[in-house]
Design a protein around this ligand. Structure first.
Ligand code: ZN
Length: 392
């Protein structure tokens, strides 16, 4: 048996699939996409419908920015911190921290170590906290349980194998916030770089019924007890209503250009680049740049670049030129696959079987109907508040 973690045909996994949107760079790799008479896709039309209106003014920040900072201070006045931020070391959360510091917020910086931090992200986290004068709390997730959960998702054959990492990080940040009496979460989530993300490419990381079912059917279930979890009732009832906790996407209230932010972080905060978006985690780098394109044909760069095109921060031509090239060479892809498999305990033959097997839909496993109802209610509520246009 060959020990080569083969990525044969790697470059061809990045070809365009079906029709291409005439406005952004999405193609029919998103099976839910619908096109209008001008050939514009539903992804970019929906993104434009939720664009924060103040972005069309000359203002550097939204009209409610100062009042929100004030409200956060008042809400958390009794504690040692105004807010908590989960820092991954990536550009979005790093810039959110810099902006919070400039706004004078007292931030508890938390990092959740899932066992996959790149060297760059660890240095970035340390340098930022030191230069901004914030205390850092690092929580290390039990590696054996993280490994068992991630193995289960690969063996299940579903698309979103990043659910264990995302779930553990959110559960841990919530625990630390509650322990410190902090009611406001700061988030690096942002419209400019994340407005387009096909639902069909993943599944909600907080669906605990799904996480448990995949783990039970495909993984080593006795380690489940050691894994940090965040249940539906805590997410939708206890935290928002009883503890009156809330989240603020600070970058949606400021002029945010990820390219400019990256340059400023490098210049002034000893920050260094780790490559593509979300690739501060070594796992996510191989999962998004090798496994997802090869098995499912999903190129996450496409959604991210489409978002940047829609927000006017990137030209469509340059985004298409970037998408025409794979994010890494075949040799690097094979080295990445070998590293991922050696940590998770998959042989070269198991890797070959995984990337060549047909995709399995998340709905093959149990999903939380209460969670789905809550999310669809929130979307409706949000749509009403944001005056979302209905997209046909
Ligand atoms: Zn489009």
């Amino acid at each position: 048996m060959s020990e080569r973690y083969s990525c044969e045909g790697y470059a061809s996994a990045f070809r365009q699939r079906g029709r291409l949107c005439t406005h952004c760079v999405m193609d029919e790799g998103d099976p839910d996409l619908r096109f209008d008479e001008q050939g514009r896709c539903s992804g970019c039309r929906e993104a434009l419908a939720i664009e924060p209106a103040w972005r069309h003014t000359d203002a550097e920040r939204s009209p409610e920015f100062d009042a929100t900072v004030e409200a956060i201070r008042r809400q958390n006045a009794r504690g040692a911190y105004d807010t908590i931020l989960g820092l991954s070391g990536g550009v979005d959360s790093s810039w959110a921290l810099v902006c919070a510091a400039k706004a004078g917020l007292r931030v508890l910086v938390m990092h959740c170590d899932t066992g996959w931090d790149s060297r760059e992200s660890v240095d970035n986290i340390f340098n930022l906290c030191q230069r901004l004068g914030f205390a850092l709390q690092t929580i290390v997730v039990d590696w054996e349980s993280m490994r068992a959960a991630q193995r289960a998702f690969f063996l299940a054959g579903v698309a979103n194998c990043d659910i264990p990492q995302d779930h553990a990080i959110i559960a841990t940040v919530n625990d630390v916030a509650v322990r410190n009496g902090i009611r406001t979460f700061l988030s690096g989530g942002n419209w400019v770089g994340e407005s387009i993300l096909p639902d069909a490419w993943g599944h909600d990381a907080l669906d605990i019924v799904h996480l448990r079912d995949v783990w039970k059917k495909a993984g080593d279930r006795h380690l489940m007890r050691r894994f940090p979890t965040f249940g539906t009732v805590r997410r939708h009832v206890i935290n928002p209503f009883l503890r009156r906790m809330n989240a603020w996407r600070i970058l949606d209230h400021l002029r945010y250009d990820p390219g400019e932010a990256r340059a400023c972080l490098e210049r002034e905060y000893g920050w260094s680049s780790y490559g593509l978006k979300h690739c501060e985690s070594v796992f996510t780098r191989v999962f998004q740049c090798v496994y997802l394109p090869m098995r499912f044909g999903f190129d996450k760069r496409r959604a991210h670049l489409a978002s940047l095109v829609v927000s006017g921060l990137r030209s469509r031509d340059s985004a298409l030129a970037e998408l025409a090239q794979p994010p890494m060479s075949q040799d690097d892809a094979e080295r990445g696959a070998e590293y991922l498999c050696s940590k998770l305990g998959f042989s070269a033959e198991e890797w070959r079987r995984m990337v060549t097997s047909p995709p399995v839909p998340h709905t093959r496993y149990r999903v939380d109907t209460l969670e789905r109802l809550a999310v669809s209610w929130a979307k409706k509520h949000l749509a009403h508040r944001m005056k979302l246009r209905k997209v046909k």
